[in-house]
Design a protein around this ligand. Structure first.
Ligand code: ZN
Length: 67
């Protein structure tokens, strides 16, 4: 169920048209499905975390050997 601000009334889900719009005024009431995060973006984040972890390890290693 969605609330239409334009018409000031509730619209049942089965009354919404295919685009999720109000049948009376045509205002889109439902949020479009969020775009899935592409796999290469996730891979990039994972690679970045691994890189940071490696740099962090190197930094700690350097400190241990130079204190
Ligand atoms: Zn409406």
């Amino acid at each position: 169920m969605a609330w239409c601000d334009e018409c000031d009334h509730l619209v049942e889900d089965d009354q919404l048209d295919e685009a999720g719009a109000c049948p009376t005024c045509g205002t889109v009431l439902t949020e479009p499905a969020p775009r899935p995060i592409p796999w290469y973006f996730k891979a990039m984040v994972v690679a970045f975390i691994i890189y940071l972890g490696w740099r962090g390890y190197q930094g700690i290693d350097w400190v241990i050997h130079h204190v």
